[in-house]
Write a new protein. Structure first.
Length: 558
C-alpha cells in the first residue's frame, strides 16, 4: 500500500514540524489498522514500536484505546479481518482479541462458557461471607470476561454506587441510573467517547439496582452476547445486593443511638423529643402500647444525656409483688423481714448519678406510689427496716401502656405523683400507625436473626409488603419474634417469599360480615397504601408515583 504509506509518512512529518505528537500517533494507528485489514506488512512494525512507546509514556483514554486496538490488529490481523464486516464503532473497526481457552473467535464467551460464568458468580455470592467482597469479586470477574474498561454495580436506594471495578477509576453511572429509572435493559450504545450498556437487578419484580459496563473505544464484536452475560450476572447478584441494601443504616440524629429505627415522620418526632429530653434534668413519662419499644426510648435518653457515663437501672413494676417492690427500689436492712439475712442496696442507690427506668409505672401499688413521691420531692431514700435517710441523685424515666389521666380519675394513681412524673412526655406511636417503618425494622431484625442462626437468606419484596399490611397488635416485639421464628424455619440460602410467613400475615383478611362498603373501601385503601410504602422503602414520593397520586394526595390517604 505505497500510497497510504507515503501519505502517513508525510502526515507524521508535518505533525512533528507543527509539534502535534498526538496527530502523529493517530496517523500511525490508521496505517497499522489499514495494513492489518489488507494483510500487508509495510512499515507496520515501525508503527507498532512507536505506539508501544507512546502508550508507555501515557496517552489520552480514547487515543490509548485506539492504539491498543491497532497493536492487537498487528498481533492478529486475521481476527480484525473477520470482525471488520460485522461491527464498526465510531469509524474505528472493532477487532477480535486473541483467542482465550473456551472463548469464541469474537473474544466473547460461548454459550457454555457464559453459563459457567453465571455459575461462578452464583458460587461467589453463596460462598463469600461478606456481601460487599462478593460484589467486588463479581465486578472483577465481569470486567475480565467482557474486557470492559470499568464495571459499576449501583443500588436504587439513594442512587449510590455499591462497588466499582477498577475501584480507583472514575465511576460512570449514567447508564446504570437510566436503567434504574426505566427498569429496562440498555443495549450497547455510544455515550460521549465511549460505549455503555447496563441491565437492571430485580428482586420480587422491583428494581433494586443495576450493573453497567463501559468501554473506551471499541467493545467486543457481539453486543447480544454481552447483554446476555450481563443479564445472567444481574440475576445472580440479586441476593448479595439485597443483603447490602438491608444492611443500610437507618437515619438517626447526631448523638442518638441507632436503636430507634424508622423513617416515618412519627419516629423522627420521637427522636427529636429524645434529644430535647436528654438535655433537660426533669422526669420523663414515656407512653405507648406494649411492645413499641419504650425501654429503647429510655435508654436513648440516657445515652444522649450528660449522665451517659453513670448507671442505667430498670425495674418492671408489674413483675414483682407489692411486698417486694419497696425493698427492690429502696433496699433493706439485715433482719428487716423474713429472709433478709443481709443488708442490701436498692435500685435508687445503684442508679445514683444515673437514670432509673420504671416500666409499667401504672401497676405500682398505692404504698409504693407514696414512697416514690417522697423520693422525688426530697431526693433521699430510707431502706426498709432503717431510719437513716440516704441522699441520692437519680433521674426518673417512667413508662406506661395505660392512660394515667384515666387512672388518676379512677383513683388508682396518685395525682400528685402523676404531676411529678409527667414533666416531659414522649408518646411512642404503635406500629400500625407507621407502616412505612415496617420494611426497615424488618430488615434490621432479619439481619440480626439470620446472623444468630448462620443464615444468608433474604426477604423478598412481597414478604415485606405482607408484613406492612399486618396491623401488629404486639407492635415491634411481635415483628421481632415473627422474623426470628421465620429465620429458624427458612432455608439458609435464597429468597424468602410471602408464602413462608405465618398464615395470619400471608393472607389478606376478607371483610367481616355486616361491614359497609365505605368501611371495606377504607380497609382496602389502608392495606394498599401500606404495601406501596413498603415496596418504596418508606419513600413517599416513589410510593405516590406508584399509586398514581400526588404527595399531597398520599398524605391525605395516610
Amino acid at each position: 500500500m505505497p500510497g497510504l504509506d507515503d501519505t502517513v509518512t508525510a502526515a507524521v512529518r508535518l505533525a512533528r514540524e507543527a509539534r502535534r505528537p498526538l496527530d502523529a500517533v493517530r496517523a500511525r494507528i490508521l496505517r497499522c489498522q489499514a495494513h492489518a485489514c489488507a494483510g500487508a506488512g509495510g512499515r507496520v512494525a515501525r508503527d507498532a514500536h512507536v505506539l508501544r512507546r507512546a502508550l508507555g509514556r501515557g496517552l489520552p483514554d480514547l487515543l490509548a484505546a485506539r492504539a491498543r486496538v491497532a497493536l492487537a490488529a498487528y498481533a492478529d490481523p486475521g481476527g480484525l479481518v473477520a470482525a471488520a464486516a460485522r461491527y464498526r464503532t465510531r469509524g474505528l473497526v472493532a477487532f477480535a482479541l486473541p483467542r482465550a481457552p473456551e472463548r469464541a473467535a469474537s473474544g466473547m464467551p460461548t454459550r457454555g462458557a457464559m453459563i459457567e460464568d453465571v455459575i461462578e458468580v452464583l458460587r461467589i455470592c453463596e460462598e463469600e461471607e461478606d456481601a460487599r467482597a462478593a460484589m467486588l469479586e463479581v465486578a472483577r470477574l465481569l470486567q475480565t470476561r467482557t474486557r470492559a474498561d470499568s464495571v459499576v454495580l449501583m443500588a436504587a436506594a439513594r442512587q449510590r454506587v455499591v462497588v466499582a471495578w477498577p475501584a480507583a477509576g472514575r465511576q460512570h453511572v449514567d447508564a446504570a441510573q437510566r436503567v434504574i429509572d426505566t427498569g429496562l435493559p440498555l443495549a450497547p450504545h455510544e455515550s460521549g467517547h465511549a460505549i455503555e450498556t447496563a441491565h437492571p437487578v430485580r428482586c420480587a419484580g422491583a428494581v433494586i439496582g443495576a450493573v453497567a459496563c463501559r468501554w473506551t473505544g471499541a467493545m467486543p464484536v457481539d453486543p447480544a452476547r454481552t447483554q446476555a452475560l450481563l443479564a445472567g450476572v444481574a440475576a445472580a447478584v440479586t441476593s448479595a445486593l439485597r443483603v447490602l441494601l438491608d444492611r443500610a443504616e437507618a437515619p438517626v440524629l447526631p448523638g442518638l443511638d441507632a436503636d430507634l429505627v424508622g423513617v416515618s415522620g412519627a419516629m423522627e418526632e420521637v427522636r427529636r423529643a429524645v434529644v430535647r429530653a436528654a438535655d433537660a434534668p426533669y422526669s420523663v413519662l414515656v407512653q405507648g402500647e406494649s411492645g413499641v419499644g419504650k425501654e429503647l426510648v429510655a435508654r436513648a435518653i440516657h445515652r444522649a444525656s450528660a449522665r451517659r457515663t453513670r448507671p442505667f437501672c430498670a425495674l418492671n413494676c408489674a413483675a414483682l409483688p407489692d411486698e417486694l417492690i419497696e425493698a427492690e427500689l429502696f433496699g433493706h436492712a439485715r433482719g428487716a423481714f423474713t429472709g433478709a439475712v443481709a443488708e442490701r442496696r436498692g435500685l435508687f442507690e445503684d442508679a445514683d448519678g444515673g437514670v432509673l427506668f420504671l416500666d409499667e409505672i401504672g401497676e405500682l401499688a398505692p404504698r409504693g406510689q407514696a414512697k416514690l413521691l417522697r423520693v422525688i420531692q426530697e431526693n433521699e431514700i430510707r431502706r426498709v427496716g432503717e431510719t437513716i435517710a440516704r441522699r441520692v441523685d437519680v433521674r426518673l424515666v417512667a413508662a406506661t401502656n395505660r392512660t394515667l389521666e384515666q387512672e388518676v380519675e379512677a383513683g388508682r394513681f396518685r395525682r400528685d405523683l402523676w404531676y411529678r412524673l409527667d414533666v416531659i412526655r414522649i408518646a411512642v406511636p404503635p406500629l400500625r400507625e407507621r407502616p412505612e417503618d415496617v420494611p426497615l425494622l424488618a430488615s434490621v431484625f432479619w439481619r440480626r436473626a439470620t446472623e444468630r442462626v448462620g443464615s444468608r437468606a433474604v426477604l423478598s419484596d412481597a414478604a415485606l409488603a405482607a408484613l406492612a399490611r399486618y396491623d401488629w397488635p404486639g407492635n415491634v416485639r411481635e415483628l421481632q419474634n415473627v422474623l426470628a421464628a421465620l429465620a429458624v424455619a427458612s432455608p439458609k440460602r435464597g429468597t424468602v417469599g410471602s408464602s413462608s410467613l405465618p398464615a395470619t400475615l400471608a393472607r389478606v383478611a376478607a371483610p367481616a360480615t355486616g361491614v359497609t362498603l365505605e368501611q371495606a373501601r377504607r380497609v382496602f385503601e389502608t392495606r394498599f397504601v401500606r404495601a406501596a410504602l413498603a415496596r418504596a422503602g418508606g419513600h413517599r414520593g416513589r410510593a405516590a408515583a406508584e399509586l398514581g397520586v400526588t404527595r399531597q394526595g398520599l398524605a391525605k390517604l395516610m
